[in-house]
Design a protein. Structure first.
Length: 96
């Protein structure tokens, strides 16, 4: 078991051909809490979506518990214990 639970190296990502992130590095050790802060439009949501496979991954590497998970399908990431909860209230539009 790796001390680093999540490690992102040189992540370049965006939406289709539009690049939003230009080389992000981050690591989270086991037991740590990490917060990503910044103004609207700076790429926070794109960063999280890129880790979870919901944005276009152009370059870089995402490691979870010592294994490269870049490019994995969402269901494989979920089975591994990685999840993403969107901030929007339209996930289940029929619910109040």
């Amino acid at each position: 078991m790796s001390e680093r639970l999540l490690e992102v190296k040189g992540l370049k990502a965006g939406y289709d051909a539009v690049r939003i992130l230009h080389g992000i590095d981050l690591h989270v050790n086991r037991g740590e809490f990490v917060t990503i802060i910044g103004p609207n439009g700076c790429g926070k949501s794109t960063f999280i979506k890129a880790i979870f496979g919901l944005a276009t991954h152009h370059e870089g590497e995402v490691n979870h518990d010592g294994e490269i998970v870049s490019g994995w399908r969402t269901d494989r990431l979920v089975n591994r214990g990685i999840s993403y909860v969107p901030q929007r209230d339209n996930v289940f539009p029929g619910l109040s």
